[in-house]
Design a protein around this ligand. Structure first.
Ligand code: TC6
Ligand code: NDP
Length: 283
């Protein structure tokens, strides 16, 4: 799909790059010639991922980092700069989320999600942005949000995530304007349903629930990680250099399904339509 050198020698940092979508994005970037740095809390997960991802060549540097802690974020970039000497692209992919009635949440539960998603993304963005501005270096930041942020609708039962991801999208759009003069570009992706162990264990705990959610998708399937990874490759590449402050939704049409007042009529059979039509015409 892409030139094999699309991301050649680009140093790309991916938070949460050892699992799920972050790892899939990283694997695609490696195929396109990038050098990776992956970071998250669990060192063993990062180490295993780095080993597996480089089986066919390429370079993956890993460094444990809790993005909720600004001092760890500074240490992370110190370590990456010591290793690679530069960073070209940042993917803010790390997140926390779980389903719960909002009234059951403790303040610590709220903080656990807000601190990873909103504060963590902001700390990563700020630390690297300051370095790029100081170095007079251009770069691209890609933030992974969700459809309930991109639609502006939010979502019940994942309210800390909805609030935090909306904040991340606003961060994306605000800095797209403010930091454009430094050559720093901001983009975002809003994924719909992409089954991963991390997301499904916390958000889709039963098979029946998974089926119900999938039925909401007009294309009647979940997304493939490779589809998301290809979009993530295009958006950070120089081919997308004029896209700034934009969020691209990749959800098989799911959010539109809920938005259109009459979309539920997709469930009607031809016989149902024959009957309804006859009834309406008889009036
Ligand atoms: C398809 C849709 C879109 C998908 C979007 C995604 O983001 S998918 C990405 C999905 N991937 C991920 O989410 C990966 C990362 N996620 C994680 O590491 C955890 O899920 C985390 C977000 C809780 C943070 O962990 P941590 O070790 O920092 O925190 P901790 O364990 O110390 O708990 C802190 C507080 O939260 C409370 N609490 C916890 N669970 C529940 C619950 N189910 N119910 C109620 N409360 C809950 C817990 O009781 C405690 O409060 P307390 O009792 O002290 O007042
Ligand atoms: N899967 C889906 O359907 C959807 C996913 N998304 C988004 O995609 C992204 C990836 O999610 P997905 O791959 O499904 O889930 P995962 O749980 O696999 O990914 C979350 C990653 O974030 C890391 N992480 C969590 N907390 C921290 C922290 N405090 N500091 C550093 N890293 C942290 C985790 O690693 P560790 O535990 O080692 O820290 C993990 O690697 C997220 O932004 C999510 O919101 C959006 C919409 C739908």
């Amino acid at each position: 799909m892409f030139r094999s050198d699309l991301l050649r020698d680009k140093v790309i940092v991916i938070t949460g790059g050892g699992t799920g979508l972050g790892r899939a994005i990283g694997e695609r970037y490696l195929e396109l010639g990038a050098k990776l740095a992956i970071a998250s809390r669990r060192k063993d997960v990062l180490q295993t991922a780095a080993q597996e991802m480089t089986q066919n060549g390429g370079e993956v540097f890993y460094h444990p980092c809790d993005v909720r802690d600004p001092s760890q974020v500074t240490e992370l970039f110190d370590a990456i700069y010591a290793h690679y000497g530069k960073v070209d692209i940042l993917v803010n992919n790390a997140a926390g989320n779980f389903i719960s009635p909002t009234e059951r949440l403790s303040s610590r539960a709220v903080d656990s999600v807000l601190n990873i998603v909103l504060h963590g993304t902001f700390y990563m963005t700020l630390e690297l942005g300051k370095r790029w501005i100081e170095e007079k270096k251009s770069g691209t930041m890609l933030n992974i949000v969700t459809t309930y942020a991109a639609s502006g609708a939010g979502s019940g039962f994942v309210v800390p995530s909805a609030a935090a991801k909306a904040g991340v999208l606003t961060l994306t759009r605000s800095l797209a304007v403010e930091w454009a003069k430094y050559g720093i570009r901001q983009v975002a992706i809003a994924p719909g349903m992409f089954p991963t162990e991390g997301a499904w264990s916390r958000l889709v705990p039963s098979e029946e629930m998974g089926e119900r959610l999938l039925n909401r998708v007009p294309l009647h399937r979940a997304g493939n990680k490779s589809e998301l990874a290809n979009l993530a490759a295009f958006l950070v590449s120089d081919e997308a250099a004029y896209i700034n402050g934009e969020v691209v939704t990749i959800d098989g049409g799911e959010w539109l399904q809920g938005a259109g007042e009459f979309n539920e009529l997709a469930d009607l059979t031809n016989e149902d339509w024959d009957q309804l039509s006859a009834k309406m015409r008889s009036k």
